[in-house]
Write a protein that binds this ligand. Structure first.
Ligand code: GLY
Length: 400
């Protein structure tokens, strides 16, 4: 544990307004430069030697690329780059058609990641340019997501067939899938989506946060009784360690839980989970892939966790007392300074992504994941980096 992190944080520089603007402008340019290859195709979940290759609309991750296009569109409009804005909007709309087709045809949608797929792509397109197809696709995705709700255990099941005890679990990441349900209730006037979201939030937060405020990645419930059973690592290093991205989903997830429910106890949960995350950072504020590993470790980093946590802090800061809000904004600014200076791509020759040194899944002797995307760009790392910069460059209406 890094006990000196708070002293260190005070001394570290924040990203300035000008630096955030410059980094966001490079991200915009890089995104426009990618459109030729990645308009009818999507970026894969992770790069190989720094370069993404094209894929169809598969996996849980394609929404982040479309979300990056919408963030770039917002920036292009703000900068008065009309031709870029036109191309970005057209690409975003082409991809929304693909998402509508995916949900209509039920292609790879038997899992809980409907929010990751449909919020930054289709909800964003609806909010920004009034896309009717975006709205239709996102409501259908919300309908799909609620089919995974277990009324007895009161949670949304993450993966696999719904009738097997070995799949009767939820994961911390799901907190970011739930804004889709709140949005669907608001758009349709039907409370059923938000009622389910609220029940899942309650079950998840009551069980994934451990006594020391580290978090479980996955948590099993008892299929007979619906009672909490046990936590288990999947992408983290081992049972009992804190997977860096799981903890970061917890930071952003508790912020979202507060935003949508207004329940004050989630502010405390946010502070605790964020505190654990910060106290286990190395001195440049970008975590190793599991928070078990500290300063000087040879293990790879997960830069995406840094940006995700920064987005969560910037979101939560909006609802806090001014002093607390400034505190978390200051931390987010310091984290993003480190990511922008030390991890972000600086030239298209180096990579066609935005942020290096991210880790999707690293195999350990104790976890159950498939190893992939280690020490590479990850598409959500790129997206949340750009979201964090967008938040730092002015008021932003979240896609979540
Ligand atoms: N939601 C899966 C991951 O963060 O890798």
């Amino acid at each position: 544990m890094n006990e000196h992190i708070y002293d260190l944080l005070k001394k570290m520089p924040e990203i300035s307004g000008g630096e955030a603007e410059k980094a966001l402008d490079f991200a915009l340019e890089q995104t426009v430069g990618n459109l030729e290859t990645f308009t009818h195709d999507f970026k894969r979940a992770f790069s190989e030697n720094g370069f993404y290759t094209p894929t169809g609309n598969v996996n849980w991750t394609t929404g982040f690329w479309t979300g990056q296009i919408w963030l770039a569109w917002e920036r292009a409009v703000k900068n008065g780059k009309e031709e870029w804005a036109r191309r970005l909007k057209s690409a975003g709309e082409i991809q929304i058609e693909s998402f509508l087709d995916r949900i209509d045809e039920k292609k790879e949608v038997d899992h809980h990641d409907m929010g990751f797929l449909y919020s930054p792509s289709c909800v964003a397109g609806y909010k920004l340019v009034g896309s009717g197809k975006g709205k239709e696709a996102a409501v259908k995705a919300a309908d799909q997501l609620i089919t995974r709700f277990h009324p007895v255990g009161e949670f949304i099941q993450a993966w696999g067939p719904m009738d097997q005890p070995e799949n009767y679990r939820f994961i911390i990441d799901c907190l970011l899938n739930l804004p889709l349900l709140y949005w669907a209730s608001q758009e349709t006037g039907d409370r059923k989506y938000r009622d389910i979201a609220e029940k899942h939030i309650h079950t998840a937060i009551a069980n994934v946060i451990r006594e020391d405020y580290s978090t479980w990645h996955t948590f099993f419930m008892n299929m007979e009784t619906g009672e909490p059973d046990h936590g288990a690592a999947c992408q983290g290093y081992r049972d009992g360690s804190a997977w860096a991205r799981g903890q970061a989903w917890g930071v952003y997830g508790t912020a979202m839980a507060y935003r949508y429910t207004g329940r004050k106890e989630y502010i405390e949960d946010f502070k605790h989970v964020t505190g654990y995350f910060l106290e286990h950072l190395p001195s440049d504020l970008v975590p190793y892939w599991d928070l078990e590993f500290g300063e000087g470790s040879e293990e790879p980093r997960d830069s995406s966790s840094a940006s995700i946590a920064a987005c969560g802090m910037l979101e939560m800061a909006k609802y806090m007392e001014p002093e607390d809000g400034e505190y978390y904004t200051g931390i987010a600014r310091r984290i993003m300074k480190s990511v922008a200076d030390g991890y972000a791509v600086k030239s298209p020759r180096e990579s066609n992504g935005l942020v290096l040194h991210s880790t999707y899944s690293k195999k350990s002797p104790f976890n159950t994941c498939t190893p992939e995307g280690v020490d590479e760009c990850n598409i959500w790392g790129d997206y949340f980096y750009m979201e964090a910069l967008t938040r730092l460059c002015g008021d932003w209406n979240p896609y979540w």
